[in-house]
Design a protein around this ligand. Structure first.
Ligand SMILES: Cc1ncc(COP(=O)(O)O)c(C=O)c1O
Length: 378
């Protein structure tokens, strides 16, 4: 499955405070019974004091830290796993920088999803950011010295070896469809039309899904314009920003970051070759922009959000705030425009750390487990 389309002639928004129910006609799940019944809209804060710092009157923060597992990835996990259940998928392999995998692990422990088995691959430095993995239907594999890219490749090869369904990341439509819900909710929470949607970008599935969703809401006359998209990356791992700045339609080898360093680790996708052409087309169509921010800009944005709005956010979410402030100062975003920044997550407490992990080492051209039962060529 590549993408989803809805019958927009018949779709309608329902009267519910549960976003999965309210927007059910624009989600690719047939049976709404699968949706969690205890989820409410996340807060959307009019950040007057933070906005005043850079002269933005209508700056709104979508506080996704309130979701189970503390990140926006929870929304995608619910949609992907519901789709799997409805399509008869019972085993899948995935790769994550921590938040998506954690959200899957959490949802997989709720009924009716415990009948699905996940095999999750992570690079070494992400191992401590994967939580809730201690359940019989979850296996976590950590690649010694491996990056996110290596984990994604290994999860694909492993899925083929064992005949599992592969979670294709950006190219998993369930992930993109779930991600649009933050913007959907905000259209009910902010009276004015939203001029800009800002999000920290790894592959960009959150931004991509949001733009598609905005087109659907426009078709239903729920909104009257599409938002401009602002994608923010950390300058130490900003392949999409570099390609955009050079006017390239595709990622070139020189844009790829082999060993990402920095603090916004969850958005460190060094090689977004597959996703970028789609992202670029959407950002261009929206008359949007890409922006890279430094560690000190991220830290200062994080401190400002805490000081002015009292919200604790992780460095990834703070990158989006830093990018907003930078583009406001540059004049890309003008003072009277309405800006929605997705605060995609917070730091989870280490107490919930994944307990059992199978380590894989590079040996003779394959990621290999200690007991040699797993060998995944790379
Ligand atoms: C906290 C947080 N923000 C933003 C992102 C960006 O994700 P994407 O670019 O795939 O939408 C991620 C991805 O893992 C994340 O964990």
């Amino acid at each position: 499955m590549l993408d989803t389309a809805y019958d927009l002639e018949r779709a309608r928004l329902r009267d519910s405070s549960n976003p999965f129910i309210r927007f059910a006609d624009l989600l690719p799940v047939r049976d709404a019974v699968l949706f969690p019944d205890d989820v409410e809209y996340t807060p959307c804060v009019h950040a007057k004091r933070l906005g005043a710092q850079v002269g933005l009157e209508h700056l709104y923060l979508k506080d996704e830290t309130h979701l189970p597992t503390g990140t926006t990835k929870y929304r995608s996990a619910v949609i992907v796993l519901s789709l799997m259940l409805e399509s008869g998928v019972r085993r899948f392999a995935s790769a994550s920088t921590g938040n998506a995998g954690t959200a899957y692990a959490y949802v997989l422990q709720t009924k009716p999803f415990s009948s699905i088995e996940m095999h999750l691959f992570v690079g070494e430095k992400f191992r401590d950011h994967c939580h809730y993995g201690d359940a019989p239907n979850i296996r976590v594999f950590a690649l010694r010295g491996g990056t996110f890219e290596a984990a994604a490749a290994a999860s694909g090869a492993y899925a083929s070896q064992l005949g599992l369904v592969r979670d294709a990341g950006f190219f998993n439509p369930g992930k993109r469809e779930g991600a649009k819900l933050a913007f959907f909710e905000a259209t009910d929470q902010i009276e004015a039309p939203i001029d800009w949607y800002v999000q920290a970008t790894s592959s960009g599935l959150g931004v991509d899904g949001t733009y598609k969703g905005a087109q659907e809401l426009l078709a239903l006359s729920h909104i009257d314009r599409l938002p401009r998209l602002l994608c923010v990356q950390e300058d130490t791992c900003a392949p999409q920003v570099r390609a955009w700045e050079e006017g390239c339609k595709a990622i070139e080898p020189r844009h790829v970051v082999q060993q990402p360093q920095g603090i916004a680790w969850a958005i460190h996708r060094g090689d977004p070759t597959g996703a970028y052409p789609y992202m670029r087309a959407k950002v261009e169509k929206s008359n949007g922009a890409y922006c890279a921010v430094s560690e000190s800009e991220i830290r200062s944005a994080q401190a400002s959000v805490k000081e002015h709005e009292g919200i604790d956010i992780c460095f990834n979410a703070a990158a989006a705030v830093a990018g907003t402030m930078k583009e406001a100062r540059r004049g890309t975003i003008s003072p009277r425009e309405t800006v929605l920044v997705n605060l995609t997550g917070n730091f989870r407490s280490p107490e919930t750390e994944t307990k059992a992990v199978t380590w894989l080492e590079r040996r003779d051209g394959a990621w290999t487990s200690d007991d040699n039962t797993i060998r995944i060529p790379y």
